[in-house]
Write a protein that binds this ligand. Structure first.
Ligand code: NAP
Length: 283
């Protein structure tokens, strides 16, 4: 496994396992299979409703805690955000059965972002989260957070796939020491990703799958990736991407697939802002 070093010195695998949309009653098995396949970075969230199952799989794996990199995420909190953020992190830790996470992400750029971030900074200082970061922040929001706070987010986890590549944003994040992490690296298969002729042609040239080509492209673009699968064969395939390299011509061909547009949510769309801001977790 290749690793990256976050700006605060914390080492993170460049490829991990995401558990979004895995039902809680399927998650323990999926995470156990992923750990057996060699994944060491696990990406969950309070909003996914499966932190307890992730925790159970960690405990039964017998893998030493320091060999794992566990990420979870804070959902949008009501005021007072600092108190509620602290409580939300404690709830996540209790569900996971851990005394700290390796990365705690603010899931959405909404609500009292500053209050939430200050509580996350405090948690970081106390060691409850070895690194803190954000998700779904667009350049304007991210820069505001960086310029007006003490701790620079170590990571921004954003939609990134061949149809929405974020290359300019990547450069801006790099300039400020923010690590780019992709969610939806396969675009969840949208837009015909797994049968795209350009990707399929490159896959054929390497004797690999389209999924492996996409993951290789992300890794060579210096983007941390967290593919999700509930299928053990695909889990094995998705982690087996460290023994081939895409050529410059192949990278150029993939660059041309970029549409510059989201296939999921536009965080500038007022309807989406309202929907995400109002959503609350049951606890
Ligand atoms: P994704 O990884 O782009 O795609 C997952 C889909 O691809 C599943 O339908 C999976 O099906 C299929 N798949 C996986 N490997 C495959 C392979 N080798 N060949 C063919 N199909 C394959 O989608 P995602 O789950 O949305 O994103 C990944 C992770 O990012 C999430 O799990 C979550 O941890 C994180 N995420 C974060 C946010 C955020 O707001 N921060 C949003 C979305 C996701 P099977 O399971 O049936 O194999």
């Amino acid at each position: 496994m290749q690793h990256v070093t976050l700006d605060n010195g914390v080492r993170m695998p460049i490829l991990g396992f995401g558990v979004y949309q895995i039902p809680a009653d399927r998650t323990e098995q999926a995470v156990s299979e992923a750990l057996a396949a060699g994944y060491r970075l696990l990406d969950t969230a309070a909003a996914y409703g499966n932190e307890e199952a992730v925790g159970r799989a960690i405990r039964t794996s017998g893998i030493p805690r320091q060999e794992l990199f566990v990420t979870t995420k804070l959902w949008v909190q009501d005021a007072p955000a600092q108190d509620n953020t602290r409580r939300a992190l404690e709830t996540s830790l209790a569900k996971l059965g851990l005394d700290h996470v390796d990365l705690y992400l603010m899931h959405q750029p909404f609500g009292d972002v500053y209050g939430q971030w200050r509580a996350m900074e405090a948690a970081n200082r106390e060691g409850l989260a070895r690194a803190i970061g954000v998700a779904n922040f667009y350049p304007d929001r991210l820069l505001d957070l960086i310029l007006n706070n003490e701790v620079v987010p170590a990571v921004n986890q954003i939609e990134t796939h061949p149809f929405f590549q974020r290359a300019e944003f990547h450069a801006l994040m790099r300039e400020h020491g923010v690590r780019h992490q992709a969610w939806g690296g396969f675009a969840e298969g949208r837009n015909g990703l797994f049968t795209n002729p350009v990707l399929a042609g490159i896959a054929e040239a390497h004797g690999r799958s389209v999924a492996q080509v996409v993951l290789r492209w992300l890794i060579q673009s210096d983007v941390v990736t967290i593919p999700k699968s509930v299928n053990p064969d695909r889990m094995a395939q998705n982690i087996d991407v460290f023994d081939f390299r895409l050529t410059d011509d192949q990278l150029t061909a993939i660059a041309e697939l970029d549409t510059g547009r989201t296939l999921f949510f536009d965080h500038h769309d007022p309807e989406m802002v309202a929907w995400l801001s109002k959503r609350r977790l049951d606890s």
